[in-house]
Design a binder for this molecule. Structure first.
Ligand SMILES: [Zn+2]
Ligand SMILES: [Zn+2]
Length: 369
């Protein structure tokens, strides 16, 4: 029998969500029904509200940073049981494809359609509202009391881990900490600059601290980000704004530039600054922020001089294997989730949570169901 759930639905771009009853199909082969416990609100959700959803993607249930409990199993599920505490992840780990069997990439070949098409792993739809098909962001749609997800996208975590913090591993923590550890492979003693100290940037900061970086420079327009930044490992803070040359400021602190620069803002202008702020011969700029639609415009000279540029998605994290490890690193005191959670709201007040993030007031608002 289909499950009735309550979900925040985006019917049109730039509009608030409408919370309505939806129907979820029974889990199919390899799928599970997850009851959501907590969910963070991410800038990618706002990018979707503002119109980056692929054509044909509306109406849609957004949300991709949830934690919950498995309530039902479809046929053939091997890795999960009813009652398991889990993170439904935006990216998949099928365990079979070339990417999943190596550490070369975390782009599971079998998960791409679900990630970018906002559909289930088999390319079809699991949710309806009043009989109308509903897309689910990244095939998850976590802004909902329940969702149906393939087990290849569901990471099992220890049942003792508080889900309010653990949900952040589904996106922000994996994206930030993972980018440092798995993609950039920052070594001990490194010099690091982080552009943008939102939830992703702050996780880059704590990832860099965990990796043993000696200099961690954070840049943000918002002066209030210095406090949480320092709590998570920043050694220097630069407030950017009109008249401030970010590259110059970084070179004052780290002569010759930094070895690693992370762009957690997005957009060509910041990407260009991130690359230019790295050292010649060995600098690596890692692009993580959501693009602004413009083509990348970096200095040819910067590249010729031995600087490198790479992109990172979900921090190179293999969702099923690595996400539970990141949850455990917090419980061991090596990562910190509490500093990231600035606001808590009941699910029904999700539209307020969106506005808090838009206004730069929240680092993370966590919704409880
Ligand atoms: Zn996200
Ligand atoms: Zn795979």
């Amino acid at each position: 029998m289909p499950t009735k759930a309550r979900a925040a639905i985006l019917y049109a771009f730039h509009e608030p969500f409408r919370i309505e009853e939806i129907e979820l199909a029974d889990p199919k082969e390899g799928e599970v029904l997850v009851e959501m416990h907590s969910c963070g609100i991410c800038h990618s959700d706002i990018s979707m509200i503002d119109g980056s959803v692929p054509e044909g993607g509306l109406p849609i249930v957004l949300g991709h940073e949830g934690a919950g409990v498995v309530r039902a199993l479809g046929p053939g599920v091997k890795s999960l049981q009813i009652g398991d505490h889990v993170l439904p992840m935006p990216m998949a780990e099928c365990g079979q494809c070339e990417s999943c069997r190596s550490r070369k990439s975390n782009f599971c070949d079998n998960g791409m359609q679900s990630l970018f098409g906002n559909v289930a792993m088999d390319g079809t739809i699991r949710a309806t509202v009043g009989g109308r098909p509903l897309h689910q962001m990244c095939g998850v749609g976590a802004f909902s009391t329940h969702t149906v997800v393939h087990e290849a996208k569901v990471a099992k975590i220890d049942s003792g881990a508080p889900m309010e913090g653990a949900c952040l591993v589904s996106c922000a923590v994996s994206t930030g900490v993972g980018a440092v550890i798995y993609d950039a492979k920052v070594p001990p003693g490194a010099t690091v600059a982080v552009f943008g100290l939102g939830a992703i940037g702050l996780n880059i900061v704590q990832g860099a601290r965990l990796a043993g970086a000696k200099t961690i420079i954070g840049l943000d327009r918002i002066a209030d980000r210095e406090g949480p930044g320092r709590a998570l490992g920043l050694t220097h803070f630069v407030q950017v704004g009109p008249g401030v040359d970010a590259v110059e400021e970084i070179r004052k602190i780290s002569p010759g530039g930094v070895e690693f620069a992370f762009d957690a803002v997005g957009g060509s202008a910041v990407a260009r600054q991130a690359l230019s702020s790295t050292r010649i011969g060995c600098g690596l700029a890692v692009l993580i922020g959501v693009p602004d639609g413009a083509d990348l415009n970096v200095s040819y000279y910067d590249i010729i001089m031995g600087r490198r540029l790479m992109g990172s998605m979900l921090g190179g994290v293999h969702p099923l294997a690595d996400a539970p490890r990141l949850v455990e690193l917090e419980r061991a005191g090596k990562l910190n989730f509490d500093t990231l959670i600035t606001h808590r709201l009941p699910f029904e007040r999700i539209n307020e949570g969106i506005e808090l993030l838009r206004a730069g007031k929240a680092i993370r608002t966590v919704l409880s169901f």
